[in-house]
Design a protein around this ligand. Structure first.
Ligand code: AHR
Length: 879
């Protein structure tokens, strides 16, 4: 148990206005777009007809259906060396008419089938075949869009469809948009060409209602055979006239992002290599774009393609960041890859993509861009090579791609997709790295504890792009609580922006009816959109980005906590479970022993998880238990490969001394690793199973660099490995690493090691096998931070303060070395009644910043910050 705030020191923030820190890059904050959560079709791309081309259930070329599920050819993952057996859980590949229903009125008799003979277009081979045997007035084919078609009164819409009918069909077709009340908003009768050729039927519709529950009804008036394809309904008013849905595009534009990452994310890698995003198929005539099975479980039509994306970048003044496949598919899905001698095509494809974006119109792909309506180059600035690919195979392919692209297009910045190295050089076998891309999906506590992460990262090697980050845990994500934690992490980014040059929150968009990822920045449905709490944090940072940082301390918390609670042991598990034995366990204070084990005749009570048994004079774990993992890593619902399942079986078992609470004490025991490559932990200060401290002895290779805990690298059981000790603080189930202690050491199976942990006030020290591993100071979980900077054009000091606690926070703010401070300035505050609050369709601005004028700034002033708040002070001050 943490006894909490035993002392409170007065807080003072001193900002030296004359002392510039680092330059904050203008392009620091960007956005990450991926086709996930149906971000594109029915979203940013405003198509209103669901399964418009009957391609919704296409699967990747080499994949097949087994027991009703999509599986890939059984190839070992390039990273793990074993077959994943990855399955798309919840994707029903046989429901090919999804989105369409057939209504037989009266005694009508008809059936529908998705077929691929005589296609309208080879790229999109499927069409819907209707066989109408009896028609009692009408046979109706109905599409309800993406959970309702939404029309706005007075707005114009372009409607079209293709029909092929043979001689047997001798009637008309009526297309109607039927509103919420059941009456037609629009209706048009078409004569049908029954010569057996595909014919395009189109109209411009002006809506006379505002209704978000409209459906399309195609009414067939005859018996006979007809084929239908490419049914489309698009608004005429779009963002800057370039086709995108006005409200969603504007919500993105309002963030004023400096760059847009596209197309992802995992979709870059693909379920299999054939399934990677293919930019060349995403440009030009929309009807000829084949689209792609989207590995989040639906069809991506490529309606929002490479050219459309580059156009959007230009329209909102953002730079382009195109992420390219590195010859490797997603390691945790199938993980198949191209051999080095197959890489030529991949490299050429990337060179062509860059040429398409920025090449002269006299080049092959520059000319293609001009043909598609844009002779001038697009603002492509970054190329990221791969997404979340790791290991030596990535290094080789990265080197090849980097060398070819840098030689031809040196003006582009190339990003290596690795995260921070954790000092494992095998992950960095690259010849030259300009930037790396760590990703963070974590709990709020982790971000509050990670503010200083980049303070000590060496500056000499490469720059950092934090390409994906968000609070993504069961508790706190998407609410004000999560947003405040993200703001604390962003303090650390701004403060270290000489190194962390660019960052993008992820993912960006979520159609609330198709959520594939738990937490996303912006939510929408067919007729409306809103930014979540985190959206406003992103916006506030970008709108209040200083030109330079000013020297001041980041940490504001003034509480000092003490450590006290129960003690015990854990057999560690990080993907695989270890078995351990414990003996000679004592807890002492000064020279007096408070507890001393006497296995096997121990009389005290133990709390246990797992199957601990007394064997001779020691306690040993048996078979590990499965526990549901919460926080930290989100496991997408559609990962269900057998390997993946077993990988997330956690917990080798815990053993806790019941009914005994210790504060300052020394814990000593002999411990032995009996199996697996994992180690063990001594736990202390245990309040409950979600709140405690540990001295954790682990195999460092169990964690892949830059990845959230839970994903791990390719392991060789027989390979000798050195173990390391770290002190961790587990808060509400989230592990916060306080630091490594000592140097690495051998932990051989079957060898007893004597471990001693001492707690004295805030100091935690450790001795292993008689070697003193040193000590570490516990500073408490800080949730209050400040960062300061200067806006040259407006001559303003910008102070950002986050108060992540549920109580007000007061501090004194001193501006030193300043010529003049104006009393009148601005305070921008993001807060709400509860940190569990978030925005919704009903209350889209429940958690949104409020700007007020403040008349009271001076060289030294006091300020109280509201509970759970993110506040920005803009103070007019001349240097
Ligand atoms: O943002 C969602 C996913 O998270 C991305 O596709 C992937 O890069 C990461 O694992």
């Amino acid at each position: 148990m943490i006894t909490g705030c035993t002392k409170q020191k007065p807080s003072v923030v001193t900002i030296d206005v004359a002392k510039n820190g680092i330059e904050v890059p203008k392009g620091l904050w960007g956005i990450f777009y991926e086709e996930i959560n149906r971000a594109g079709d029915g979203g940013l791309w405003p198509e209103m007809i669901y399964n418009m081309g009957f391609e919704e259930k296409n699967i990747p070329p080499t994949s097949y259906i087994e027991n009703g599920e999509v599986v890939a050819p059984k190839k070992p993952s390039y990273l793990f060396g074993r077959i994943s057996n990855f399955i798309f859980y919840g994707f029903s590949p046989t429901n090919v008419t999804e989105g369409w229903t057939l209504e037989n009125k009266g005694n009508s008799k008809s059936g529908m089938e998705v077929v691929s003979d005589n296609p309208l277009n080879k790229a999109n081979p499927h069409s819907l075949f209707l066989k109408i045997d009896a028609n009692d007035g009408s046979v109706n084919l109905i599409n309800e869009g993406f959970k309702g078609i939404s029309l706005v009164k007075g707005e114009k819409y372009d409607f079209q469809f293709y029909l092929r009918a043979d001689k047997s069909y001798k009637g008309k077709v009526v297309a109607s948009l039927v509103g919420n009340t059941g009456s037609a908003v629009y209706s048009q009768e078409y004569d049908v060409n029954n010569s057996g050729t595909w014919t395009n039927y189109k109209s411009v519709i002006t809506s006379n209602v505002t209704d978000n529950a409209v459906k399309l009804v195609l009414q067939f008036k005859s018996t006979g055979k007809v084929w239908i394809d490419y049914v489309s309904l698009l608004p005429e008013t779009t963002f800057k006239g370039h086709g995108l849905r006005q409200d969603i595009a504007q919500t993105l534009a309002d963030l004023k992002p400096s760059f847009i990452r596209w197309p992802g994310g995992c979709v870059v890698e693909g379920f299999t290599m054939e399934n990677r995003v293919n930019w060349k198929e995403s440009i030009g005539d929309r009807m000829s774009r084949p689209g792609q099975f989207d590995l989040w479980g639906y069809h991506n039509t490529y309606n929002f393609g490479y050219h459309d994306y580059l156009q959007f970048c230009e329209d909102i003044g953002a730079a382009g960041m195109f992420v390219v496949n590195a010859g490797l598919s997603c390691s945790v899905r199938n993980g198949d890859y191209y051999e080095m001698d197959q890489m030529k095509g991949i490299v050429q494809d990337i060179l062509d993509a860059i040429e398409y974006a920025i090449g002269d119109v006299n080049t092959k792909w520059g000319a293609e861009r001009a043909k598609n309506g844009h002779p001038a180059p697009f603002p492509l600035k970054y190329i990221e090579i791969g997404n979340e690919n790791f290991g030596p195979k990535y290094g080789e392919r990265y080197n090849m791609i980097y060398a070819a692209c840098k030689a031809k297009f040196p003006q582009i910045t190339y990003i290596n997709n690795n995260g921070l190295s954790n000092n494992l050089p095998e992950y960095f076998d690259a010849d030259k790295i300009e930037m790396i891309d760590p990703h963070y999906y974590v709990a709020p506590e982790t971000f509050f504890n990670t503010v200083h992460l980049y303070d000590t990262v060496p500056r000499s090697n490469y720059k950092v792009y934090i390409g994906e980050y968000a609070v993504n845990s069961n508790v706190g994500s998407g609410t004000l609580e999560g947003a405040l934690a993200e703001s604390a992490f962003m303090f650390g980014i701004e403060h270290n922006s000489d190194l962390v040059k660019i960052a993008s929150y992820a993912p960006l968009l979520e159609n609330v009816n198709w959520r594939h990822w738990p937490t996303n920045l912006i939510r929408f449905k067919n007729d409306s959109v809103f930014g979540r709490s985190s959206y406003y944090v992103q916006k506030m940072f970008n709108e209040n980005r200083p030109d330079v940082t000013l020297q001041s301390a980041l940490d504001l918390s003034t509480t000092v906590e003490t450590i006290s609670g129960k003690v015990g042991f854990t057999a560690n598990s990080m993907g695989s479970n270890s078995n351990i034995s414990v003996k000679d366990f004592t807890v002492s204070k000064g020279s007096s022993a408070k507890y001393s084990s006497q296995f096997p005749a121990d009389t005290v009570k133990w709390e246990k998880t797992g199957s601990w048994k007394i064997i001779e004079n020691a306690y040993s774990t048996g078979i590990p238990v499965d526990v549901v993992r919460t926080g930290g890593l989100y496991i997408p619902g559609n990962i269900r490969g057998s390997e993946n399942q077993s990988r997330f079986k956690m917990g080798g078992g815990t053993l806790t001394l019941e009914d005994m609470v210790f504060d300052d004490c020394t814990i000593s025991a002999n411990l032995k690793r009996d199996s697996s490559f994992n180690g063990f932990s001594i736990r202390f200060g245990i309040a409950d199973d979600k709140n405690y401290f540990t001295l954790s002895i682990n195999n460092p290779r169990m964690r892949r660099p830059g990845m959230p805990p839970g994903l791990f690298g390719n392991q060789d059981m027989n390979q000798p490995v050195k173990y390391t000790a770290s002190v961790e603080h587990v808060v509400n189930g989230t592990t916060l690493r306080l630091g490594n202690i000592g140097s690495s050491f051998d932990l051989n199976i079957g060898t007893w090691h004597s471990i001693m942990v001492s707690v004295s006030g805030k100091m935690i020290s450790c001795t292993i096998d008689g070697v003193n591993f040193g000590e570490l100071e516990y500073k408490g979980l800080q949730k209050q931070y400040a960062v300061a900077g200067y806006d040259n054009a407006n001559r303003e000091v910008i102070v950002k303060v986050v108060n992540g606690e549920n109580t007000p926070f007061s501090t004194e703010i001193n501006l030193t070395n300043v010529a003049k401070v104006e009393p009148v300035g601005q305070i921008i505050t993001l807060t709400s009644a509860s940190n569990k609050d978030d925005n919704s369709f009903a209350e889209p601005k429940k958690v949104a910043p409020v700007t007020s004028e403040f008349n009271g700034f001076s060289n030294s002033f006091k300020m109280e910050f509201r509970p759970s708040s993110f506040t920005i002070l803009r103070i007019k001050a001349s240097k």
